[in-house]
Each structure stands twice: as structure tokens, then as C-alpha cells.
Design a protein around this ligand. Sequence first.
Ligand code: BV8
Length: 237
Amino acid sequence: MALPPDIVVLTGAGISRESGLATFRDADGAWARVRLEDVATPEAFARDPAQVHGFYNARRAGLAEPSVVPNAAHLALADLELRWPAAFLLVTQNVDDLHERAGSRRLVHMHGELLRARCVRCDADRPWTGPMDAGTQCPACLLRGGMRPDIVWFGEMPYEMDRISDALARCGLFVAIGTSGNVYPAAGFVAEVRGRAATVELNLEPSEGAALFHEAHHGPATRIVPAYVADLLARWT
Ligand code: BV8
């Protein structure tokens, strides 16, 4: 009897879509309304901090809407983590807190978190739920003008890449959920592991990297993720 494989799960904006949060590249996504070059790069923040703060303040406020709650896909992944008899790591590109609120603990936010802020003057980072602007004072160094969302912008190094690489090197199963496979390095993980791990895509439709996956299930996350998790647990526990 083979041993259950270590699992790495990668999620993207598609897993939060049915919780009411916009994705990026769908027709009704964030990049249909604003250019990523204007709100999600360090250059944009230096050029027009008010526009960047406005973009993130609106998304941070949106996350506090009572209707925005974890969905069945988030909950299924928290259940899988709890019951899986081998190592499990959830790597999310998402900056929302729906995985935590669903109960996920072994979780890495590689692109940062909407509900955290960082001061570029003293580098202190902390939870942040309210709005922020160029005049916001840093609670640590008391200076103004240095507060930014604790988000990884384009051209910036994603967080915890060593931890992610270690988990990818050890995993025997890699599952990508709700991501279009456009943004690197996340979009490159499947190519990194496919020679030694089973790779599965769970997405509304085939992603850019669809051809690199050994297995795929297409449909809304709230349907295909719980079904996939139930099948995996039935097979191995
Ligand atoms: C880096 C900020 C290296 C947070 C994000 C030129 C200059 C500089 C860099 C580059 C360059 N060319 C390429 C690069 C690399 C760049 C990159 O990949 N660019 C792309 C656009 C080509 N990457 C970077 O810059 C990264 N950093 O490379 O640093 C480095 C090296 C040395 C030293 C320093 C640095 C940083 C990338 C992170 C950028 N930040 N977001 C925020 O505002 O949210 S990326 C952004 O895209 C989000 O994080 C998002 O999560 C991520 C990926 O998007 P997806 O999650 O996949 O969402 P998308 O809308 O695309 O797709 C949704 C999918 O869900 C779809 O497939 C859809 O079908 C599906 N779906 C929809 N509904 C459902 C569903 N599925 C299931 N059920 C449903 N109901």
C-alpha cells in the first residue's frame, strides 16, 4: 500500500469568486476596471499614492461586507488540511482572509494580505482593517507618508518563497485551484513539480497552464473542490 503523498495546494482569485470577491482577469475582474500598472506596482505607488491607496482601501472595505464569507471550497480545503495523513501546505495568491476564516492554518500568503500594512520607513508590519492614505501615521515610528498595504506588487519578490520551494520539492500531489496561470512565479510551480508529482487543476475553465496538468476538473469551485476533496479523503483515509 503506497503512502499518502505530501500535498501542496495553490489557490487564486477564482476560489473567492463565489464569496463575492472579484477576480482579476475575468470580464468583470479588477483589471477590467483599472490598469494593474496604475495600482499594483511600486512605480504606481511612488507616482500616485492616492490612487493606489484608493484601490486597496476599496478592496479592504469590500472584505468587511457581511455577505463576504468563506465558501464551500475554502471550507473543504480547511477540512482536507485537518484530516490529511501526510504533510499539507496551502499557498494562496489571494490577499483576502477567507482561507483563515474557513479554518486553514498551514497557509502562506505569497502575495501579501489586504488586512495588513507595512511602514516603508521602519519596516514594521501589522494588522490593518481601516483605510490608509499618504498622511497616515505609522504607529511604530510615528512618521507619516510611509504606510503601504502589505501586498506584493508586480516586480516585488513574493513572500516565503524558500518555504514554498521546500514544500514543492517534497510534494507528491500539487493541486491548483481558481488561478488563470498568468502570474509568475506561482504560474511556474506546476512545471517545477510535474516530473515527480501528480498535478491537478480545479478551475472554472482551462487555465494558461492547463496542458501541464495530469488531471483537470472544470466547474465552479464550490462544486468541484468539495467533490475532489471528498474523493481524495475516501481514497487515502
Ligand atoms: C516577481 C497584488 C521577481 C495583490 C499580484 C516585467 C517586469 C516585472 C515583472 C515581470 C515582468 N514580466 C513578468 C514579470 C513577472 C510578474 C508577472 O508574472 N507578470 C505577469 C502579469 C506576466 N510577476 C511578478 O512581478 C511577481 N514578482 O516576479 O518578482 C523578482 C525577482 C527578483 C527580485 C525581485 C523580484 C509578483 C507577482 C505578484 C503581483 N501581485 N497581486 C493584489 O492586488 O491582489 S498578482 C495578482 O494576480 C493577484 O495576486 C492574483 O492572485 C494573481 C493571479 O491572478 P489569479 O489569482 O490567477 O486571478 P485571475 O483573475 O487571473 O484568474 C482567476 C481564475 O479563476 C480564472 O482562471 C477563472 O477561470 C477562474 N474562476 C473564476 N471564477 C471561478 C473560477 N474558478 C473556479 N470557480 C469559480 N467560481
